[in-house]
Structure formats: C-alpha cells, structure tokens
Design a protein around this ligand. Structure first.
Ligand code: FHN
Length: 441
C-alpha cells in the first residue's frame, strides 16, 4: 500500500512540476471586461486553414490537418506543399461579411498548426505563407484588417506541438522519426522560438482577442514553461484571453476553458478527460462534418437543426459555440458550410436574444432541452425534440408569475405540483428545432 501511495505522490509531483503555469495570475480589469464580452458573444467561427488543405484530406476521412503525421510524410516532402498553396480567391471581406450574416461575433483561426507552418509573415522562420508560397501574402493580417473594419474579434489558434521545428525535442507521441529530424534538439530553444512567434502575433496584428493553445497532450512530461508564455502574452496584451485545449482543468493564467466536440463536462468523443467545469468563461468547439481541415471526401455534414440545438445546449451551460470550417486551398469557404452558417444566422436573427448576452439558466441542459437567462433576469426555456404534448420539468423553486411562448406571446398551459412543472405544449405549438418559452418568476 505504501509503495502505491509513493507512486501516486511521485506522479503528482512530476505532473505539477511539469505544468508550471502563471501562478498568482490576477486578470486585469481589461481582461475581465473581455471575459464578459466573450461570454456575451456566444457564437464563434473556428478556421483550420493551412498548406495541408492542398491535400484535401488525402482521400481519407478525418485526417485533413493531420495528414503529415498520419501519412508519415517526411519534412523534406511536406515542405513542397507550400509551393502549391496559392489561395487566389481568398477574399477577407467576403469571409467576414458572411461571418456577420451568420450572427458570429469572433473568429479563431490557425496561426500555426502541428505541421509548424506559419500562416503569417513571421520573421523568426521563413517556413511561412509569405516566404514559401506563390501567394506570398499575410492572410492573418488581411483577415485582421477586415475584422477591425467589420467589428469582429480575431483569436489565434496556436499549436505548441510542432512536427517541423528541429528543437521540438524530445519528441512526444506524434511527429516522430518519419519527419527526418535529427534525434537531438534544444527544447528551451524551441520554447523561445514559440514565444518569439507569439510575440510577433501579439505585436503586429493589433488587438488580439485570444490565444487558443493546442498540443500539450503530445507530451505531458515536457517542461512547457507556461509561466513564461502566459506571462509574456498577458504582458504584451493583458486583455488577450488565453485558453488551452489540454483537456484538463484550467491552469493558472488561463482565461477561458474549452471543450472539444462535447458539451461542458461531457465526454462522448473521448477528448474531455476532465469532468471539471471551471468558473472561467466556457467554450465548446465542433466540426461541421468530421474534419477540422478541408477534407474533400468528408460529406458527413451535421444538420442545421443539430448545430443550432448544440449551440443552444452550450448556451444552457453558459458556454460559447465555436463552430469550425476548413477553407479550401483556393481561399474559398466550402459552400456547404456557408449555407449552414447563413441558416444559423437566420435563426439567430429571430431568436438571438435568447442566446446572446445570456448566461446558463436555472435548469441544467438535458434531453428535453436547456434554459438560458438574460441580463435582465428573463429566463428562456428551450424545448427540443419534444416526444409528446406533456412535459414534466424539475421545479424552478420559485413562484411562476407568467409563462408564455416566445413566438406568439400566448400563455402556456402549465401546472405546478410536488413533482415539478407540468407543461402542455400542443403539437401545433411545437417548433422542429427549438420551442422557446419565456418564464417570469
Ligand atoms: O490535433 C488537433 C486537431 O487537429 C484540431 O486542431 C483539434 C481542434 O480542437 N484539436 C486537436 C485535437 O484535439
């Protein structure tokens, strides 16, 4: 028994030692204000765009941006891809106008994914879109300028995991021998390189909404030096929100918590190893089909109904919905994704007040739906996939002053008893996506 206890203590020591974070971090007023903004914003667009889009998923499902690793493409061969990447149809004004029509309030775009290729004009490595592609332009700068014109915040997804940089050594669980890198390297030099690129992003692109880290899961026992990186970011832009997709409880210095392809606290996809839902602003991210990067074969698109219901359930947890698109190598967003996003925007034009600016409602999301609560105290009950006309909800533990349909303003038939709140929603009043009620208590 003693031996087991010692092992557990050792594991705990190793774990806490390796994940030094920004101990004693106190968010500034500006950061706290941005957290409120973030929680009000509710709906973001995730963009996974890189030279891997040239391969369009390589004819396999779900590996798009992972093609270098999953097809074991050595760096020498993969480095040819940028010379085929020429998104001549990229039109930031078209992207951002579509985003606004879709009711989206912020964009999170890949500045660097695991393949190590910088989608911006980096001076710390020529392995970037300006120096290595025939297109030769800084798409992040172009997108940020347009976001500033149209009032959309821009966040950068930045991979700590790097399959290209020789100093990403020791290796983790991916990007190993096949890359052709020497079995040596200076880890601290890699962290300095990563911090230098982050400094470029936080210096040359104006106000940065946030940094969305990913990739720590590649090697948990590495010394990621988060204390240094997080302190650097918060020094350069105290208002920038830091999140990290490490699938664990948030570390000091992080300003929001994200959940991958699952609602907060759920784990149907196997990513969210922690059941912890922190008090930080929350966000869940989801794909339109089964891939993050562009995958020409992946036609498994989720319906508008399913995506709206996921967004509503996320809001029921007080979480944002970051919905992903993987743009094509010609610079266009897949038309299927545009259609879906515009349909969601139409729904939000009508029902947005029940989502934007709300926080989680008094009843936890469950199979009957979710509840959200507006700043003025108004509570919205979102009923989804009703099985019949009668529905028993848990008691709200408060006297109900009024209960009406959002659409018509008509009174809802209900009875309160010791079992809870019994609703009667006639078939003709039921909406195929979300029957919204307004309750005053
Ligand atoms: O490996 C990445 C993957 O490519 C993608 O970026 C997702 C987005 O949340 N995150 C990692 C998988 O957990």
């Amino acid at each position: 028994m003693k031996k087991a206890a010692t092992i557990i203590v050792l594991i705990l020591i190793v774990f806490t030692q390796n994940v030094k974070a920004q101990q004693g971090y106190q968010p500034t007023e500006e950061n706290l204000k941005n957290r409120e903004w973030f929680q009000d914003a509710k709906f973001g667009l995730f963009i996974h765009w890189g030279v891997y889009s040239v391969m369009a998923g390589g004819g396999d499902l779900g590996i798009a941006e992972w093609i270098m690793n999953n097809k074991q493409i050595p760096i020498k061969q993969y480095e040819k891809l940028p010379s085929f990447f020429n998104p001549v149809n990229f039109d930031p004004a078209e992207w951002v106008s579509m985003v606004k029509k879709a009711g989206i309030k912020y964009i999170t775009i890949t500045s660097k994914h695991h393949d190590g290729f910088a989608m911006f004009d980096s001076k710390s490595s020529d392995y970037n879109i300006v120096d290595r592609t025939p297109y030769g332009k800084d798409i992040l700068k172009m997108l940020k300028d347009e976001c500033d014109i149209q009032g959309i915040k821009l966040f950068f997804y930045h991979s700590q995991l790097d399959w290209h940089h020789p100093d990403y050594y020791p290796r983790g669980s991916t990007g190993k021998v096949f890359t052709g890198r020497p079995e040596s390297g200076d880890w601290n030099r890699y962290i300095d390189y990563m911090n230098t690129q982050l400094t470029e992003l936080l210096t040359n692109y104006g106000e940065v909404g946030g940094i969305w880290f990913d990739g720590m899961w590649d090697q948990w026992d590495a010394d990621w030096q988060l204390d240094e990186t997080y302190a650097l970011i918060h020094k350069l832009q105290p208002g920038t929100l830091i999140g990290s997709n490490h699938h664990k409880a948030p570390f000091p210095g992080e300003d929001f918590q994200m959940f991958e392809r699952d609602l907060p606290g759920e784990n149907t996809m196997g990513f969210n190893q922690t059941g912890t839902i922190s008090e930080l602003p929350l966000e869940m991210c989801e794909t339109m089909n089964g891939s993050w990067g562009f995958n020409i074969k992946d036609q498994d698109y989720k319906s508008v109904k399913r995506l709206i219901q996921t967004m509503v359930r996320a809001a029921g947890y007080g979480a944002n919905f970051l919905l992903n698109t993987g743009p094509m190598p010609n610079g266009k967003i897949q038309p299927e994704n545009v259609d879906t996003l515009l349909a969601m925007g139409k729904w939000l034009e009508k029902y947005g007040e029940t989502i934007y600016g709300t926080r989680r409602g008094p009843l936890k999301p469950t199979d009957w739906g979710a509840t959200t609560q507006a700043n003025d105290g108004t509570i919205y009950i979102h009923l989804m996939n009703l099985k019949d006309e009668n529905l028993l909800l848990p008691s709200l533990q408060s006297k109900i002053k009024s209960l009406t349909y959002f659409d018509s303003g008509e009174k809802v038939k209900f009875k309160e008893n010791e079992n809870g709140l019994l609703l009667k929603i006639p078939k003709e009043k039921q909406d195929r996506i979300d029957t919204i009620l307004i309750i005053e208590i």
